[in-house]
Write a protein that binds this ligand. Structure first.
Ligand code: JB2
Length: 221
């Protein structure tokens, strides 16, 4: 029998995660919570938006023991850290957080997927990749052999990571970015869409362009 699960956030990312969970046949998504009261009473792919985060304890009391983080990260300062906070909040509230792997993603057998991670359709993850918790590998991204992706990081749609790239905690690799072999991307760093990264990126720095160069230091998160 499908297990009941609720999602945090009622936007675009939640929609994609709901789709993946349904494809697995293992989950019944019974509702979403969103901090935006204007969304309460609306539906996302037929899943009702029940209320705000206050509603979580009530759902837990009703026996819903599983949750997913449906809040994504668009690369703005604080996005990925917000996802980290939600991860901690749900853990404290006693929810088990599931991973969602699209059936058409390709994962080598040696890949380690951490708790609460999402791997979208068409992603390819090659041998010996290690991924932390609450990671997003978005649609069609390629993560080559021996990469390390730390907790709460987001590899956005169509980004390509060559072998042995290391992505720090809560870092963001933008849409279509290319990261050369062996590069280290620091924690909380942001690689802009379409950038080609040929040098290591320091923590908290935003890089853009071809070849990628720092734009400005981000404020401490
Ligand atoms: O702390 C929160 C919270 N923070 C944001 N608690 C709850 N319950 N909800 C929260 N939200 C809600 O997440 C916002 O009010 C909003 O409704 C939703 C985020 O929706 P949005 O469509 O703006 O973005 P997203 O996070 O679903 O997707 C982003 O990341 C994806 C990976 C976008 O950049 C997408 O394009 C991208 N594919």
């Amino acid at each position: 029998m499908a297990k009941k699960i609720i999602g945090i956030g009622a936007g675009g990312h939640a929609k994609v995660v709901i789709d993946i969970l349904r494809l697995s046949g293992l989950w019944q998504v019974v509702g979403l919570v969103d901090q935006d009261a204007r969304l309460w009473g609306s539906k996302v792919l037929d899943v009702p938006v029940l209320g705000g985060d206050d509603f979580l304890s009530e759902l837990r009391g009703q026996g819903v023991g599983h949750a997913f983080i449906g809040v994504g990260a668009g690369g703005n300062p604080g996005d990925a850290r917000r996802r980290a906070e939600l991860f901690n909040q749900l853990s404290r509230a006693g929810f088990q957080m599931t991973s969602a792997v699209h059936p058409r993603a390709v994962l080598a057998s040696s890949v380690r997927v951490g708790q609460a991670s999402t791997i979208m359709a068409g992603a390819i993850i090659n041998p010996s990749v290690e991924m932390g918790c609450n990671v997003i590998i978005n649609t069609g991204a390629i993560v080559e052999h021996d990469c390390k992706i730390a907790d709460h990081a987001h590899v956005a749609t169509g980004a390509h990571l060559a072998g042995q790239v290391s992505v720090g905690e809560a870092a963001h690799i933008g849409i279509g970015a290319i990261i050369r072999q062996g590069i280290t991307i620091g924690q909380d760093a942001v690689v802009a869409a379409g950038a080609v990264v040929v040098k290591d990126v320091e923590p908290g720095v935003l890089v853009a362009g071809v070849p990628a160069a720092p734009l400005k230091l981000r404020s401490p998160l």
